[in-house]
Design a protein around this ligand. Structure first.
Ligand code: PFF
Length: 461
């Protein structure tokens, strides 16, 4: 590793492009392929897609730039980076709480992420073995429900997925993360293109295209804005220090602004491509677009089951989803893992296994939410899984993202930020501060307050 820094682990991405691939690997996941199409479907398509793009550009990109620049400046795990930067800029070391919030969010998200990714792994096998060939809508729905009703099966797939993630993570930045990303990301692109070609020939492509790009503003509600903003956070892996942790390994000569824009473009391209691969198949089969979370696991197997070569393409689709999920899962462990390795000089493998065990145990709550504990609800009538999802995605991520950008713009020395970003002109610096220091945090604040308000109101009633 050609670098002179000794702080933190001292590990570096081999080059700027590996950082782009790794960060894109973190960003592209269940959020793009499973979630984006179904929420676009539920919120009317085109107009929602436009709002989502605005959120990515106005909020996502400035926050991601802030996270990566702080990571590269601190060159350590997010907790240590926050401590160092707070000291450097004469602020309280309590700012390291941001790093701790990220660690907590990572545990919570990975705990359920591994369960849902396990469903995708199961569906590779189920689709490939022809389970859905010629099956009726009821049969496909019933098979999904039966799968969810079996804790043993869910746990088996969750365990397999988590074990693979931990094995990769334990091998370190170059041997583990980079090696996995070098293989999985190109494969993901190839699979997505194959599916797009398939969707193009499915007979529903024009309708799918129209659905994704025709502006149906009547379908947009105020809540659609909130959903789009939350999705921008989740999909770009923001607000929990993942990008800060990955930023710590970015070589000094990489230009941050253009690098981050490239990552956001790849993520957005894949979300749109996933929509363009899914909706034509849905339309070609006369199915419902506003299916909710079942869009991927019920509608698609049904559609593939009716088509020539459907079991092959169905298996490929779920393989794609599993690849995308594993490169994101890897990144979810990085904030906690890098901290423990630095703090206790511990072995990466050992720490990785311990983190895996904690996430596995927490994940049992998500597994049981679909069967044994489906009637157990918490605040707002949410199941354990819904609660963990809501708390991490709607509270921890926006709060973390807002505070991170606030710190980067208003508390870090200005010349340091300008130097990290390669800003030379005064007006660019002002524009950057306006966008990242005022507009982005205000938008997040609006979303944050409106998402937790109903929850608070519910608690007080
Ligand atoms: N961006 C991932 C997705 O879209 O599925 C999820 C994610 C990964 C969120 C890593 C947060 C994170 F730190």
């Amino acid at each position: 590793m050609a670098d002179t820094h000794t702080s933190g682990s001292g590990q570096r991405w081999s080059n700027r492009w590996l950082f782009v691939l790794a960060a894109a690997g973190s960003a592209v996941g269940l959020g793009n392929i499973w979630k984006f199409p179904y929420i676009a479907g539920e919120n009317g398509g085109g107009a929602f897609v436009l709002i989502y793009l605005v959120c990515i550009a106005a909020v996502g990109i400035p926050i991601m730039v802030s996270e990566v620049l702080m990571g590269r400046q601190g060159r350590s795990s997010p907790i240590h980076t926050m401590r160092k930067l707070a000291k450097q800029s004469g602020r309280s070391s309590r700012w390291s709480i941001l790093g701790w919030m990220g660690v907590l969010a990572g545990f919570l998200i990975l705990s359920y992420y591994a369960v849902i990714a396990g469903w995708a792994v199961n569906y590779i096998l189920a689709s490939g073995s022809g389970t859905f060939t010629g099956a009726s809508a009821e049969a496909v729905g019933q098979s999904f429900n039966e799968f969810l009703a079996s804790p043993i099966e869910l746990i088996a797939y969750q365990t397999g997925f988590l074990a693979l993630t931990i094995w990769i993570v334990g091998r370190g930045v170059t041997k583990g993360l980079e090696a996995a990303i070098r293989w999985f990301m190109p494969l993901l692109f190839v699979l997505l293109i194959a599916l797009l070609v398939y969707a193009f020939n499915s007979g529903g492509f024009d309708q799918g295209l129209a659905f994704m790009f025709d502006m149906k503003w009547e379908a947009v509600t105020p809540e659609s804005w909130l959903i789009a903003m939350g999705q921008a956070f989740f999909t770009l892996s923001l607000g929990m220090g993942t990008m800060m942790a990955y930023g710590a390994y970015v070589p000094d000569d990489a230009h941050l602004g253009s690098t981050v824009v490239t990552i956001a473009l790849i993520d957005t391209f894949i979300a749109i491509a996933a929509g363009l691969a899914i909706f034509p198949i849905v339309f070609a089969n006369g199915l419902e677009v506003a299916q909710g979370p079942g869009l991927t696991f019920v509608t698609l197997p049904l559609a593939f089951g009716q088509m020539p070569l459907g079991s092959l393409f169905g298996a490929l689709f779920f393989l794609l989803l599993s690849f995308a999920a594993i490169t994101s899962a890897i990144s979810l462990t990085e904030p906690a893992l890098s901290f423990l390795v630095e703090e206790y000089n511990a072995k990466r493998q050992r720490v990785a296994v311990s983190l895996g065990i904690i996430c596995w145990v927490l994940g049992l709550g998500t597994v049981f939410s679909f069967n044994l504990w489906s009637d157990v609800t918490f605040v707002g009538g949410l199941t354990f899984f819904d609660t963990v999802d809501y708390f991490s995605q709607n509270i921890l991520l926006p709060l973390g993202g807002m505070l991170i950008t606030f710190f980067a713009i208003w508390l870090l020395p200005r010349d340091l930020v300008d130097k990290q970003l390669g800003i030379e002109k005064a007006w660019v610096s002002v524009l950057w501060r306006l966008l990242a220091g005022v507009i982005a945090p205000l938008c997040v604040l609006a979303v944050f307050v409106s998402t937790i308000w109903p929850l608070l109101a519910g608690l007080l009633m």
